[in-house]
Design a protein around this ligand. Structure first.
Ligand code: NAD
Length: 275
C-alpha cells in the first residue's frame, strides 16, 4: 500500500513517467535519441542502445542524466543477434528490477530493385528491423506481466502501411512490425500492457540524410530537389516530421492516459497515407 501511494505521488503533470524504466533500441542517433530524451524529460530512467564511438555515447549519457536528472545506462547489444538481445533485457531487469516501456526503434535501410536486392541486405534488414522486435518483446513480456504494466511502442514507418519501389526488405519488415504489434496487443490486452506502432513519414535523421546523398548522386540532381521532389513528394504537408513530435507521442502512449490504446498503427506522416 505504502509503495503504491509513493508511486502515485511521485508522478506529476511534468514527470508523468517518474519511477518508470524505458529501454529504447537504436537510441544513439536520430529518432531513438529524440524519444529517449523525451522519456527522460518525462521522468523515466532510460536504457540506451545502438552503435557509435564510446566517447560520443558517454557524452549523450552525461547530457541526458545532467539535463533531466534520471538514471541513464547503455547496452551495446547488436539487434541482429538474438543472444545479445537476451543479454540486454536480462541486464536491464537485473540493474533496474523492472522494464516498463520498451521502444523498438533500431532500424537500417537499403535501396535496390527487387531482382537486384542483395540477399545479405535482405537478411540484415529483416533481422534488425523485424526479428529484433520479436526477441525484445518475447523477452520483456514476462517481467511486464509480473508488474501488471507494460508499454511496447514499435517505430514502424509509413512503409508499414504502404509500399514504395526499391525498398523491398524495409517495406516487408515494417509491414511485419504492424502485424506483430496487433498480435502482441491481443495477447496482452487483459494484463495492463499495450503494444502500438508509430508509423512516421520522412523524419530528418542520419538515415534519411544518407538517402538524400544517394538519390542526389544517382539522379545527378541537387539535395533540395531530392528533398522536395522525391522524399516530400509523398508527404502532403511538405515538411519533415520532427523527432520531438515522435518523442511527445511516445511519452503519451507510455502514460496511464493511453491505457485503452492498443494494437494500432498510427501514421505520423503529414497526410502521406491518406492518399
Ligand atoms: P538513424 O540511422 O539515425 O538511427 C538508427 C539507430 O539504430 C542508431 O542509433 C544506430 O546505431 C542503431 N542501430 C542500427 N543498427 C543497429 C543494430 N544492429 N543494433 C543496435 N542498434 C542499431 O535512423 P532513424 O532515422 O532515427 O531511424 C530510427 C527508426 O525509425 C528506424 O527503425 C527507421 O526505420 C524508422 N523510421 C525512420 C524514418 C525517417 O524518415 N528517418 C521514417 C520512418 C521510420
Amino acid at each position: 500500500m505504502s509503495i503504491q501511494l509513493k508511486t502515485q505521488s511521485a508522478r506529476s503533470y511534468t514527470a508523468p513517467l517518474a519511477d518508470r524504466v524505458s529501454l529504447i533500441t537504436g537510441s544513439t542517433s536520430g529518432i531513438g535519441l529524440g524519444i529517449a530524451r523525451a522519456l527522460a524529460k518525462a521522468g523515466s530512467a532510460v536504457v540506451l542502445n545502438g552503435f557509435g564511438a564510446a566517447a560520443e555515447i558517454a557524452g549523450i549519457m552525461d547530457q541526458i542524466s545532467g539535463e533531466f536528472g534520471v538514471n541513464v545506462s547503455y547496452s551495446a547489444a547488436d539487434m541482429a543477434r538474438p543472444e545479445a538481445i537476451a543479454d540486454m533485457i536480462a541486464t536491464t531487469l537485473n540493474e533496474h528490477g523492472r522494464l516498463d516501456v520498451l521502444v523498438n526503434n533500431a532500424g537500417i535501410q537499403y535501396v535496390a530493385p527487387l531482382d537486384q536486392f542483395p540477399v545479405e541486405k535482405w537478411d540484415a534488414i529483416l533481422s534488425v528491423n523485424l526479428s529484433s522486435v520479436f526477441h525484445t518483446t518475447r523477452l520483456a513480456l514476462p517481467a511486464m506481466r509480473q508488474n501488471g504494466f507494460g508499454r511496447i511502442i514499435n517505430i514502424a514507418s509509413a512503409h508499414g502501411l504502404v509500399g514504395s519501389p526499391f525498398k523491398a526488405a524495409y517495406v516487408a519488415a515494417k509491414h511485419g512490425i504492424v502485424g506483430l504489434t496487433k498480435v502482441a496487443a491481443l495477447e496482452t490486452a487483459e494484463q495492463g500492457i499495450t503494444c502500438n506502432a508509430i508509423c512516421p513519414g520522412y523524419v530528418y535523421t542520419p538515415l534519411v540524410e544518407a538517402q538524400i546523398e544517394g538519390q542526389a548522386k544517382a539522379h545527378a540532381i541537387s539535395r533540395e530537389k531530392v528533398i522536395h521532389d522525391v522524399l516530400l513528394a509523398q508527404q502532403p504537408n511538405k515538411r519533415f516530421v520532427s523527432v520531438e513530435e515522435l518523442g511527445a507521442l511516445t511519452v503519451f502512449l507510455a502514460t496511464d492516459a493511453a491505457a485503452s490504446i492498443t494494437g494500432i498503427a498510427l501514421p505520423v506522416d503529414g497526410g502521406w497515407t491518406a492518399h
